[in-house]
Design a protein around this ligand. Structure first.
Ligand code: HEC
Ligand code: HEC
Length: 405
């Protein structure tokens, strides 16, 4: 017969004392071990000054702990009540936290702005009616990306991004890649590393690279996701009328600083022979034509971010990913079939924040890394075919490499 014993309603302190008394049995099975630092995404970069660390912590609280209510300005129509509810632990979000956008967001403007576009606010305070997608409107569904290392990506110079782009595929590798060029919204000022063309600026955040910088993304998220106005975006999502700011500029700056100084995910097993072979194959079959291993930051007033090499596995460019991944939705100059190469750092940790499963690609449709790869089409078709032609052992090594990122 199986003899098990349970310890009802005891705190971990009590368990610890109990364990100390029975050291010989070993406590690993009873006490959860502290997570390894490399497995956790939501800490700050090293070497922040104490003032910077304090700002990081204020931003952390605003991002993760500030849950909006009717009394603090929530809605009246909204998608969620805090940033952290969709970006748990700053990791990739579960499909339950999907955002829906509708209309079109291209140069011609969104024809559905007067009917609630561009974002669906599918929840509402009592007495208000949540939005529905108007019949016939094109729409897209997006799962939340991980939020780590974004401060480094924000600091890649336009010159470096343009150098990776190859609009007419001059090198003949089947991969082109273009930036998302858009005019700047009025409250943004250009980075010193921006190289505008005809008053169009390279945008880089979001799945179609439709946001210029982390301020742009954060202001939009408060407004469109939570129904919170600010001096930057004073328009209320429900009435369409400008109202008093519901979140202060200083809180927004703290959240932006928090996002800028979140640490980067690190490779957890880079010296393993299979991992090394997987990385070699990843490069050999052309995955790194888009998922670029190494980028560098330009000048930043924050020393911890200044002139640093980092390894995100993205080129921050839009690529034609083929019919299978065409969502029928445009944003800025991004076409319906174009997506910004997602960073692959932290990929192996995404299950931690996605309920123990993978939900990859823009809408979480890929339930494994392999299925995400084989769903690549368009510019990535050649590289996908090469992946499929590998031996099972070689494919396994590529997966081992990706899982430890
Ligand atoms: C309802 C869920 C939800 C909420 C709430 C939410 N986000 Fe997001 N977030 C998303 C989704 C989905 C995306 C991808 C959007 C896109 O591609 O345009 C995203 C993208 C981002 C990005 C871009 C990351 C990248 O890799 O380009 C940042 C930064 C971000 N969110 C910050 C925030 C902040 C700050 C808040 C709170 C003010 C917030 N989010 C609230 C779902 C959410
Ligand atoms: C032409 C550029 C390009 C090439 C080449 C390419 N990818 Fe991608 N990759 C992308 C884009 C863009 C996406 C996002 C597509 C989407 O969300 O629908 C993506 C998504 C992924 C994802 C899912 C990431 C996530 O966060 O959901 C994985 C994993 C991945 N690629 C691995 C690979 C591997 C392995 C190779 C080589 C066999 C490869 N890619 C080749 C552009 C490329």
């Amino acid at each position: 017969m199986n003899t098990t014993f349970t310890i009802p309603h005891v705190t971990s302190n009590v368990i610890a004392m109990f364990c100390a008394a029975i050291l010989l049995i070993g406590c690993d099975a009873i006490l959860p071990s502290a997570p390894n630092d490399a497995d956790v995404l939501d800490g700050p970069v090293d070497a922040l000054s104490s003032a910077q660390h304090a700002q990081f912590l204020r931003g952390d609280v605003a991002f993760n702990d500030d849950v909006f209510t009717a009394a603090t300005g929530l809605g009246p129509i909204f998608v969620a009540t805090s940033c952290g509810s969709c970006h748990a632990g700053d990791g990739k979000g579960h499909p339950f936290t999907t955002l829906t956008r509708f209309g079109q967001g291209d140069e011609n403007g969104n024809a559905y702005l007067d009917r609630g576009g561009p974002q669906l606010q599918n929840r509402a305070l009592p007495g208000y009616t949540p939005e529905q997608i108007p019949g016939g409107a094109p729409f897209t569904k997006l799962t939340p990306p991980a939020n780590t290392g974004l401060g480094f990506m924000e600091l890649v110079s336009d010159a470096d991004i343009i150098a990776m782009s190859d609009e007419n595929d001059a090198d003949g590798d089947g991969v082109s890649g273009v930036p998302n060029w858009r005019p700047l919204v009025s409250y943004l000022s250009a980075h010193q590393n921006s190289i505008p063309t005809n008053e169009q600026y390279i945008h880089r955040f979001g799945k179609k690279a439709a946001a210029y910088n982390l301020l742009h993304q954060t202001v939009n998220a408060y407004n469109q996701d939570i129904g919170i106005t600010s001096i930057f975006e004073p328009k209320d999502v429900y009435s369409g009328v400008n109202i008093e700011p519901e979140v202060s500029a200083s809180v927004i700056h703290d959240v932006v600083f928090y996002l800028q100084t979140l640490k980067v995910p690190v490779e957890r097993n880079p010296n393993d022979e299979a991992v090394k072979n997987g990385k070699r194959l990843f490069i050999q079959i052309g995955c790194d034509n888009c998922h670029k291993q190494t980028l560098k930051t330009a000048y930043s007033p924050v020393a911890a971010l200044r002139n640093k090499e980092f390894h995100p596995y993205t080129d921050l460019l839009l690529h034609d990913m083929g019919k299978g991944l065409d969502d029928g939705y445009t944003e800025g100059s991004a076409k319906t079939y174009e997506w910004r190469t997602p960073a692959l750092w932290g990929l192996g940790l995404s299950q931690n924040s996605q309920g123990g499963e993978y939900f990859l690609l823009h809408d979480g449709r890929a339930k494994s890394i392999t299925s995400a790869i084989v769903m690549h089409g368009g510019e990535a078709a050649m590289s996908t075919q090469k992946f499929q032609a590998l031996t099972e052992a070689e494919k396994r090594d590529i997966l081992k490499f990706l899982e430890q990122l």
